[in-house]
Design a protein around this ligand. Structure first.
Ligand SMILES: Cc1cc2nc3c(=O)[nH]c(=O)nc-3n(C[C@H](O)[C@H](O)[C@H](O)COP(=O)(O)OP(=O)(O)OC[C@H]3O[C@@H](n4cnc5c(N)ncnc54)[C@H](O)[C@@H]3O)c2cc1C
Length: 317
């Protein structure tokens, strides 16, 4: 039996996360892809040059019935008997859908999967990435949310995969309607795909704003991220949270400012190629994992750090 990949949501842009989920699916055999949501057309078009997909199903929203998370989940649950595995790269959209598919099928989705193993086994990260669990799957279809950073993107092919339209065949109205997206960071790269990320923590609280983080990010052409501490303090939007309960990132360069390096935050940055940190407490855990570390007041040192990184990371920035 085949594997179904649910395409990720990326504001209609070609999705590297979807390409990574396809790689994971190919390790399990023949693969189809489902593009669903109000931007299903853009998702299908973005995916049809990824190699190794047999069919792209495009769920066409009806004007009278918008593509809600509930209706997408219902549709996948109806397709489920044809598939042994249903896979998605972990993001807010796919987690929402997979949880509902699990509810409809009476199955628990497995999250944080970072490796596909032989004989229906997978490996997943637990305890904020501090331990790995090997899981033997016994119920199918199995629902897997993969860590996108753990799989390389699928190759590009010159022969595009055919896109087959499917109608929503629902009789019930959804409980919520998608009204549209509004990007809060549209002038900066998307956090999940940025090559450079500058993240701030509660150390910014005294300033009452994220301005120092944003200035350094703009200096480096980077995306802005935040700790949960900063989000809870109202310094940053929840979309910017990185970590166990936020976004998982793997930039070439991550810069953490005024954050301690709690394990729940580090769970989201551990795949970064280079970690730079600025924290005035020499005992802060972030210094222990940083490649470039400044024990200094961030408001004094952030401009100097920007200069240091720009000169040391030539070829990255
Ligand atoms: C179930 C669960 C899930 C969680 N999920 C997440 C998650 O997804 N992401 C996440 O980030 N957290 C998460 N947390 C919270 C996490 O445990 C930490 O509480 C949080 O990450 C701390 O945020 P922080 O580093 O900004 O704040 P703090 O730990 O308070 O650190 C602030 C740091 O700033 C430094 N500092 C202060 N002023 C300055 C200055 N002027 N110059 C330089 N340095 C300065 C201090 O020395 C300190 O080290 C989770 C917690 C739980 C229990």
């Amino acid at each position: 039996m085949k594997t179904l990949v649910l395409a990720s949501d990326q504001l209609g842009l070609p999705s590297e996360r979807t390409a990574r989920a396809i790689t994971a699916a190919q390790q399990l055999g023949r693969t189809d892809l489902l593009a669903a949501g109000h931007n299903s057309r853009e998702k299908a078009l973005a995916a049809h040059y990824f190699a190794g997909v047999e069919t792209i199903w495009r769920l066409v929203p009806k004007p009278t019935l918008p593509a809600s998370i509930e209706s997408i989940a219902l549709h996948i649950a109806r397709l489920a008997p044809q598939y042994r595995w249903i896979i998605a790269a972990q993001d807010r959209f796919t987690l929402d859908v997979m949880a509902r598919v699990g509810g409809l099928l009476g199955l628990a989705p497995l999250t944080q999967v970072h490796a596909i193993l032989p004989n229906d086994q997978v490996s997943r990260m637990i305890h904020a990435g501090q331990a790995l669990a090997k899981v033997q799957l016994k119920q199918f279809p199995a629902l897997l949310s993969i860590r996108p950073t753990a799989f390389p993107p699928a190759a590009i092919t010159a022969n595009p995969t055919p896109i087959v339209d499917m109608e929503y065949n629902e009789t019930t109205q959804p409980t919520s309607d998608h009204l549209g997206y509004h990007s809060l960071t549209h002038q900066r790269p998307d956090l999940a795909d940025a090559k450079i990320v500058v993240a701030g923590g509660l150390g910014l609280e005294t300033a009452g704003s994220f301005q120092a983080v944003e200035e350094l990010a703009d200096h480096l052409g980077a995306a802005v991220g935040a700790t949960r501490g900063a989000v809870d303090a109202g310094l940053a939007a929840s979309e910017l949270q990185i970590g166990q309960t936020g976004r998982i990132i793997a930039p070439k360069l991550y810069v953490g400012m005024g954050l301690s390096g709690a394990i729940q935050h580090v769970a989201g940055i551990k795949d970064s190629e280079m970690i730079a940190a600025i924290n005035h407490d020499p005992a802060a855990p972030i210094h222990a994992i940083a490649d470039v570390s400044l024990v200094a007041d961030l408001f004094d040192a952030a401009p100097r750090l920007g200069h240091l990184i720009a000169t040391r990371s030539k070829g990255i920035c």
